[in-house]
Design a protein. Structure first.
Length: 280
């Protein structure tokens, strides 16, 4: 049950409802605040380990992904800014070539988050740039503090996004805005991110954790079986056309009537009781 921990990625488990023993949600924190939580190889390997562990834990129902806050600055130095993740660690690109980059970006940690069958929420407080924006886009839901900034500044490095933003960002903000972000590299402040559909909610920094954790608890109190079916069915809309997607929904919706939780949920409603999910 103990989650994998490393110097750069920590995981805390939080009960979903202590009294009813409904399981936990996990909060994974990327912890390199002096480098604005930039994604080096160690961080990426640690995230993959956490995702593999998550998938095996029946009682861990939701993943929250966040970045560590800045450390107090040494005397006389300015404080580092708040960051979710300020991108791939640029220093690791020095000397890289086509083959090494292809290897490194194949089956990467962002795909591991994307491929989780459980609900994921990005809790964004500060810069979500490059790979940080891409981690946020690989989560199912994004909630941001009002001091957050999204962006894909790779163009300023002579690069394009490599952790999925050319595809997943477009699905969230649309073709024109995705082009604008990738072509200009301009920062998108939280309120604008909210307006264009890049973040679901914007709250004050002081409200962020309580808002996200309450949402994780709310989602985690549902049937994890039904959540997984809902996730893959909504996900199908990204890959298939509308008619085919309606067919996928028909298959999934019909099939869910073979699940115990469907019967439990419907009976509980009719009998005015609280559903006690079996998660199957
Ligand atoms: N990779 C490696 N190190 C990074 C980094 C990244 N993506 N982003 C920030 N850092 C490091 C800085 O080098 C600096 O390290 P140092 O204090 O040891 O010199 C530290 O994090 C703080 O960043 P700094 O640039 O001093 O903060 P700032 O407040 O002046 O600027 C940003 C903040 C986010 C605007 C700036 O750090 C930035 O542009 N980062 C790169 C963003 C990017 O291009 N991401 C896409 C990468 S593909």
């Amino acid at each position: 049950m103990n989650p994998p921990q490393s110097d750069v990625v920590s995981v805390e488990l939080h009960p979903i409802d202590e009294e009813k023993e409904l399981g936990h949600f996990a909060c994974m924190t990327i912890n390199r605040p002096d480098k604005l939580n930039a994604l080096n190889s160690e961080v990426m390997a640690s995230i993959k380990a956490v995702c593999a562990w998550m998938e095996e834990q029946d009682s861990v129902r939701v993943l929250v992904v966040t970045g560590a806050p800045p450390n107090p600055p040494p005397e006389g130095k300015r404080a580092k800014p708040h960051a979710f993740v300020a991108g791939a660690d640029i220093t690791e690109f020095i000397g890289a070539d086509v083959d090494s980059i292809r290897k490194r970006f194949t089956d990467n940690a962002v795909e591991a988050i994307w491929n989780l069958t459980k609900p994921t929420i990005a809790m964004v407080d500060g810069f979500a740039l490059g790979g940080g924006c891409e981690i946020a886009c690989s989560c199912d839901i994004r909630v941001s503090s009002d001091r957050s900034t999204y962006g894909t500044p790779e163009i300023n490095l002579g690069l394009i996004p490599g952790y999925g933003a050319t595809q997943r960002l477009e699905r969230l903000v649309g073709y024109g805005k995705a082009h604008e972000m990738v072509m200009t590299g301009d920062m998108v402040p939280a309120e604008e991110a909210h307006r264009i559909g890049l973040t679901n909610h914007v709250v004050s920094p002081g409200e962020l954790e309580a808002t996200v954790f309450a949402m994780a608890r709310r989602i985690g109190s549902k049937s994890s079986h039904t959540l997984a079916v809902g996730k893959r069915t909504v996900r199908a809309a990204l890959d298939v056309g509308l008619s085919e997607g309606i067919g996928v929904e028909l298959d999934e919706f019909s099939q869910i009537f073979a699940s115990e939780d469907q019967e439990i949920g419907v009976r509980a409603f009719v009998n005015r009781e609280t559903a006690e999910w079996k998660h199957r």
